[in-house]
Design a binder for this molecule. Sequence first.
Ligand code: DUC
Ligand code: ZN
Ligand code: ZN
Length: 468
Amino acid sequence: MSRIVIRGGLVVTAAEEVHADVLVEGGRVAALASHDSDPARGWTASADRVIDAAGKYVIPGGVDAHTHMELPFGGTFASDTFETGTRAAAWGGTTTIVDFAVQSVGESLRAGLDSWHAKADAQCAIDYGFHMILSDVNEDTLKEMDILVEEGVTSFKLFMAYPGVFYSDDGRILRAMQRGADNGGLIMMHAENGIAIDVLVEQALAAGRTDPRYHGEVRHELLEAEATHRAIRLAQVAGSPLYVVHVSARQAVEQITLARDEGLNVFGETCPQYLFLSTDNLAEPDFEGAKYVCSTPLRPREHQAALWRGLRTNDLQVVSTDHCPFCFVGQKELGRGDFSKIPNGLPGVENRMDLLHQAVVDGHISRRRWIEIACATPARMFGLYPRKGTIAPGADADIVVYDPDAEQVVSAATHHMNVDYSAYEGKRITGRVETVLSRGEPVIDGREYVGRAGHGQYTPRGTCQYLV
Ligand code: DUC
Ligand code: ZN
Ligand code: ZN
């Protein structure tokens, strides 16, 4: 059994910050001891490998609970495969992803899940689990939900947007929520009023408003807030918890805050693009705005303060990426002359941990909150804790040695995601991943990729750990 000691760093978890040496044995965290204490010296003497973390942070690997590798969308596919996307995730300090398997209309959940397993099997550099997108709620698929929860697919995404594709009406949503209330499955909601949005899309195009920036206008912030409100009340009626994905509008945060103040089990996720980018990007000339088309859309800059505040007050609990990359050339370009044909999604799985560290540097959140929203809470929310999301005896040794002083400039020229642009091109960031272990195996070693496709294992999940 290999023994690794990570020595001399500041161990940061959601709960505490301690100068400790970490002993890794057989892929798990075996023990922590005060730096250079007698036990720690003993480990160092007998270790197969000692990683010097002096001056560095030793943090749990990131848990990105919202990715879409190879997602079919708008006549094309998200450009990262499980192989390229999980490798890029590791470069950015993320050691677990939870991706969305898709049930298409008319198909069983099992068929959708099987095809996602086939895409991911033996391809991943890091561990992964699945949520299930429910596109067709009916008697059979409701029954299948119970089986999936038992098997470790314990969360289900429903869409109030995208009529004709992923959309579920309120009756179907209510039924799925009732089932989730019974079987422990967590309902994740894409909260935008897609029926109303489609009217506005049609009107905008008819009036010749075809540029990417109109994507943001037709997907109105009040239509996010309205859908968020409706989802909350449907969940309340069903007696089910609710997790609202990719919250971007200030008014949607208000709805979540209100619900939580009422004592409801309502949770909210936001993403780096809503914290760092805005409609200014969507309005970039020469169709460059297409690079920033995602749904929910980017909002005017003023909304960012409400998102940061929500993260500080715990009205928002998780930052995931909604990583769903499409190349500018050949993919985003499908929507030249018609913004509604631009595939929706942004790359980001490699950038999340760094951008959130920059938020620590900028004073938006504390260091421990960084780890809480990016590692511990997503692990708890989706039934992976304490195996994932922390550094504690018994946890998987998914550990990142992070240099808080390194300077980097984000660029498509140096990133590892399979996409021809970066949403954060030219952004200066303080902090950088140096070494990444996944279950004790080095994946990134001193800024060198030493991982392999197939190391990453499918990880069945328990149910949400925030429910009593
Ligand atoms: N939003 C996106 O931007 N892309 C994929 C699906 C979604 O809901
Ligand atoms: Zn969505
Ligand atoms: Zn998504």
